[in-house]
Write a protein that binds this ligand. Structure first.
Ligand code: AMP
Ligand code: MG
Length: 408
């Protein structure tokens, strides 16, 4: 087992440990939002399927506009959903609505705003250019185009495009099954008044919510006491999952028994402790469970800030890889510090930050306030995580930094 490794190395070890791929299910488009495409969506058709008008106006022949204006005989009309009955010949025009098929012979559409109609004659005051206001068949999509790659997240435009291309159902990955276990004798649930020495469990519910927001499905949340026998029963059951998240019990205290119990249950630990703040005691291992591949096991530090930052840095990307997602890490955005930050060299700091946009100059970010890992409110108010590299010391106002947007 490695120890006291960098954030980059820790993330690489986690992502390299993923061997399984999740099953595939076919879902109606209406149920697929937020899921991950398992197969590419390829167009069988041209979109638009036929030349059609981009404006309400008149389908015309360009050759009638030798002197920039024209007066034409109105010989018919075609609406969206209709089919032209007349071809347009020189000297004539057809009234056409947006989306209607362009009649044979017409090579432009003059918008209604350029025209006056009287007694079956249309006066057009400007010359359209060739093909103007005609949307050409196939200008958006060609048959055979791979329009949506496997690994894309199903967004509303993905739903709309899949519908356009004639896919009422799409193939998506089954959500990874993620067990959430909160450990600690001090924990009670949100509906209970804490007794002396007790606190309410924040990590169980918060981690469960993070799992759902990252595309997983939650088993639990379970609770284990700081007692080997009790923890063993709970953890053994919880190991039957793609991912096991255990909060608490991985530090140095006498009651930090999680690593030993999981060791006994057959978990191989790959690293313990990462050069980061918060979250230094993070532990990561794998368990070969049945035929499904490895269970990824994360021992998350119990402080709620540490637990949620470690989820964002390691667990969310791991779930993205399991899902076969195209994009695994959130984009990093350049910004500058709007306040100095106290920081010694040695650990990478994830500062919970508030972002301020300005019309001129770069994005400015400042800490949400005191950054103690026991202060959960620092996470609550954060728009971004500001990444301060290991070797950075006491950065001043104006220091360029990278930030990660926390759109949950
Ligand atoms: P541990 O990692 O178990 O040593 O816990 C570190 C700190 O986090 C202690 O103050 C714990 O009381 C607190 N803590 C542990 N688990 C939770 C939890 N699920 N919800 C809120 N606080 C917790
Ligand atoms: Mg504990």
């Amino acid at each position: 087992m490695k120890t006291v490794i960098s954030v980059e190395e820790a993330r690489r070890i986690v992502l390299d440990a993923i061997s399984q791929s999740l099953g595939v299910e076919h879902l109606p488009l209406a149920d697929a939002l937020g899921r991950t495409l398992a197969e590419a969506v390829v167009s069988r058709d041209a979109i638009p399927p036929f030349d059609n008008s981009a404006m309400d106006g008149f389908a015309v022949c360009i050759e009638d506009f030798a002197d920039d204006t024209a007066t034409l005989d109105l010989i018919g009309e075609v609406a969206a959903g209709g089919v032209p009955t007349e071809a347009v010949r020189p000297g004539t025009c057809v009234r056409i609505m947006t989306g209607a098929p362009v009649p044979e012979g017409a090579d432009a559409v003059a918008p209604v705003e350029w025209t006056e109609t009287e007694a079956g004659r249309v006066q057009i005051s400007r010359a359209p250019t060739p093909r103007q206001h005609i949307r050409r068949a196939g200008e958006d999509v060609q048959p055979g185009d791979e329009m949506i790659a496997a690994g894309s997240v199903v967004t509303p435009p993905v739903v709309g495009m899949a519908a356009t291309l004639g896919y009422p159902e799409i193939a998506v990955r089954m959500p990874p099954r993620v067990s959430v276990v909160a450990t600690g004798d001090e924990l009670v649930d949100a509906g209970t008044d804490p007794g002396p020495g007790q606190i309410r469990d924040a990590n169980g519910p918060a981690l469960a919510a993070q799992v759902v927001s990252a595309g997983g499905t939650v088993l639990g949340p379970f609770h284990a006491r700081d007692d080997e026998a009790d923890a063993r029963v709970v953890l053994e059951q919880a190991l039957d999952a793609d991912v096991l998240l255990v909060s608490g019990g991985v530090s140095m205290g006498d009651y930090d028994i999680v690593k030993e119990v999981l060791d006994d249950l057959g978990v191989t630990w790959h690293f313990w402790k990462v050069r980061q703040r918060p979250g230094k005691p993070l532990a990561f291992g794998t368990h070969p469970f049945g035929t499904r591949g490895n269970t990824l096991v994360f021992g998350l530090p119990g402080n709620p800030v540490s637990s949620s930052v470690c989820f964002e840095q390691y667990v969310r990307p791991a779930l993205a890889v399991l899902l076969g997602r195209y994009t695994v890490l959130r984009p990093r955005i350049p910004a500058v510090l709007a306040e100095p930050v106290k920081k010694a060299a040695g650990l990478l700091h994830f500062i919970r930050g508030i972002a301020e946009f300005s019309s001129d100059g770069p994005l400015r970010v400042r800490p949400t306030g005191a950054q103690g890992s026991g202060l959960y409110s620092s996470m609550l108010r954060a728009d971004v995580l500001i990444h301060l590299p290991e070797d950075m010391e006491h950065p001043a106002v104006g220091t360029p930094v990278e930030v990660e947007w926390l759109h949950w």
